[in-house]
Design a binder for this molecule. Structure first.
Ligand code: DGL
Length: 271
């Protein structure tokens, strides 16, 4: 596969995540904006972000955003709930291009979806600890009840490609059971890795619970932002930068998400 060549390409939408999770956002962006060029950075050298402090996640996010900007990104999509919760509020005002996270679009979709007023949220320890989802949901409607549970074992299982594995199903059951007994009717997949487990989550939750996918809702928000002015697509392209080589990355991108990758390079970020 060829490596990435900046000069020959139109300004991309810059997208990043700690690892493969942000590819679920890329897949939705591809569907919503088939002509855009996307430059994706997966911080595979430092995944997972979910157990790290706000200072560390903000530093990583700044380093990556600077790199995407230096590659000509016309906007930055933070395809990571952890970075959206911990870093976007500080970083977004400081960047000369729009920076959009996954959290607000997911929270708004959950508020719209619930009928019973009881919403569940699953995410990394850092995302749940920040209470960013509860705050975003309750700022839209203070009467809604939010039950949030951290699921720290899921990202490593997903990075290993164990989507349909008995171990993953057992872990999911253990995380979801207490939430299901509280009578939620809407479950926010508050980590961009989790849509890769949608099938297993659906089996455990049954059909009566609406699954809110932050990837899908972020793509809808990017689409309306571009429609409002910054679109200049000239042809589809997906260039991928990883901060360390990752064996499973291509397999998951191509097989599970059906993404066509035009170039893949390893690039170091930070010190
Ligand atoms: N996919 C990310 C998120 O949405 C990061 C997970 C991690 O690195 O722990 O939170």
């Amino acid at each position: 596969m060829p490596s990435f060549n900046k000069s020959s390409s139109p300004p991309p939408i810059g997208v990043f995540d700690s690892g493969i999770g942000g590819l679920t956002v890329v897949a939705e962006l591809r569907r919503a904006l088939p002509l855009e060029r996307i430059l994706y950075l997966g911080d595979t050298a430092r995944v997972p972000y979910g157990g790290k402090s706000a200072e560390t996640v903000t530093r990583y996010s700044r380093e990556i955003s600077d790199l995407l900007l230096s590659e000509g990104a016309k906007m930055i999509v933070v395809a990571c709930n952890t970075a959206s919760a911990l870093a976007v509020p500080t970083l977004a005002p400081a960047y000369p291009v729009p920076m959009i996270g996954v959290l607000e679009p997911g929270a708004a979709a959950a508020v719209k979806a619930t009928r019973s007023g009881r919403i569940g949220v699953i995410g990394t320890r850092a995302t749940i600890g920040s209470e960013a989802y509860s705050k975003a949901i309750n700022s839209l409607n203070p009467d809604l009840s939010v039950t949030a549970i951290a699921c720290p074992l899921l990202v490593p299982l997903i990075e290993e490609g164990l989507f349909d594995d008995e171990v993953t199903k057992t872990v999911l059951q253990r995380y979801l059971d207490p939430m299901l007994s509280q009578g939620i009717d809407t479950l926010v997949l508050g980590c961009t890795h989790y849509p890769l487990l949608k099938k297993a989550i659906r089996t455990i939750c049954g059909d009566g619970i609406q699954l809110v996918d932050s990837a899908e809702n972020c793509a809808i928000a990017v689409n309306s932002l571009l429609a409002a002015g910054s679109g200049n697509a000239r042809g589809p392209r997906l260039d991928i930068l990883l901060t360390d080589s990752s064996e499973g990355f291509l397999r998951i991108a191509e097989k599970s998400l059906d993404l066509k990758i035009d170039s893949l390079s390893v690039r170091s970020v930070g010190n």
